[in-house]
Write a protein that binds this ligand. Structure first.
Ligand SMILES: Nc1nc(=O)c2c([nH]1)NC[C@@H]1CN(c3ccc(C(=O)N[C@@H](CCC(=O)O)C(=O)O)cc3)C=[N+]21
Length: 291
């Protein structure tokens, strides 16, 4: 058996096309475009690439992109002052401070300074709490993108066994919350989990977000399972995921590739969250479920 390859790149492109139509409708109603501010501290080349592709995608969807570049040596207070200005700027619906930040800056302090209602990354503890308690807020882009791919393939997820490998605040924990919200039976596995292969073998849905190249082996996968690979690891053989793709693709029912799977969904959901924020802030109603 050979798995269906879930084409996240094509899905994200189609989704961004639908978003552009909804952005135009928002702009006509609100007399302004949705605005996303991206803050990049330092010159990390990989981060600079992401920030550039976010800016391109933002403009292509008809939104305004405000890019702020600060030197790696910037004082934390100066970064916080920029966040304060963006919080107060009516043209800014979404604020993203690219992580990681230089060592002398406390990421938690910066993230908690962002207005939770502009926190389109969904990283603010208020948004984590809203997700955990079922309140409206912002959900982190990568796990929400993974959920969109899962629902597109599987429809109703209720009752399915889901295993999330990784417990980060950015992917693992919110992914588990989302799957729980869909009435999956959710297991969160991590580096201290005993007998990981047996835990993975139970799962109808496997989400791998550990950041270790090809750690999840094909023999661990239940035949027919859906495998979502969040890992982006730069290795000597190029970009690889957390899942041994060749091994898993021979047993899974469907699997996301790296690249071209989850990554493009992250940016598409960032635009989606920004448009949702714009609607809420401008009190322009939108159809729930259409975004
Ligand atoms: N506050 C914050 N929010 C983020 O969302 C955030 C961040 N900081 N810091 C960096 C990571 C990384 N990230 C990616 C987004 C898209 C791709 C993506 O589209 N990847 C392509 C491949 C790109 C390549 O070739 O490198 C793919 O998987 O097909 C990857 C990684 C968002 N991040």
């Amino acid at each position: 058996m050979s798995a269906e390859i879930i084409d996240g790149k094509a899905f994200a492109e189609a989704f961004r096309g639908r978003l552009a139509v909804q952005v135009a409708a928002f702009a006509a109603a609100a007399k302004r475009a949705p605005g996303l501010a991206v803050v990049l501290v330092g010159e990390d080349p990989a981060s600079a690439v992401y920030v550039r592709s976010k800016g391109k995608a933002t403009r292509a969807a008809g939104m305004e992109s405000f890019e702020h570049r600060l030197p790696a040596t910037v004082a934390q207070d100066e970064l916080l002052a920029l966040v304060d200005r963006l919080n107060a700027d009516p043209a800014v619906d979404g604020i993203l401070v690219q992580l990681p930040l230089p060592g002398h800056i406390d990421e938690r302090v910066v993230i908690t300074r962002i207005d939770p209602d502009k926190d389109v990354d969904g990283f603010h503890p208020v948004n984590a709490g809203r997700l955990a308690t079922g309140l409206e807020g912002f959900v982190p882009c990568t796990p929400l993108g993974c959920l969109m791919l899962l629902k597109d393939r599987l429809g109703d997820l209720a009752g399915l066994d889901a295993v999330v490998i990784g417990r980060s605040n950015i992917v693992g924990k919110p992914m588990a919350q989302l799957l729980l919200g869909e009435s999956c039976t959710v297991t969160i596995a991590h580096s201290k989990t005993r007998d990981l292969s047996s835990v993975v073998r139970r799962a109808d849905i496997v989400v791998a977000a550990v950041g270790r190249p090809r750690m999840i082996k094909g023999e661990w996968i239940k035949p027919g399972a859906t495998v979502i690979d969040v890992g982006i690891n730069r290795t000597e053989d190029g970009l690889v995921g957390d899942v041994d793709f060749a091994g898993a693709a021979s047993v899974a029912g469907a699997i996301t590739p790296v690249p071209g799977g989850v990554g493009p969904m992250t940016i598409a959901v960032l635009l989606r969250n920004t448009l949702v924020s714009a609607h809420r802030r401008a009190s322009v109603p939108y159809e729930k479920g259409s975004l």
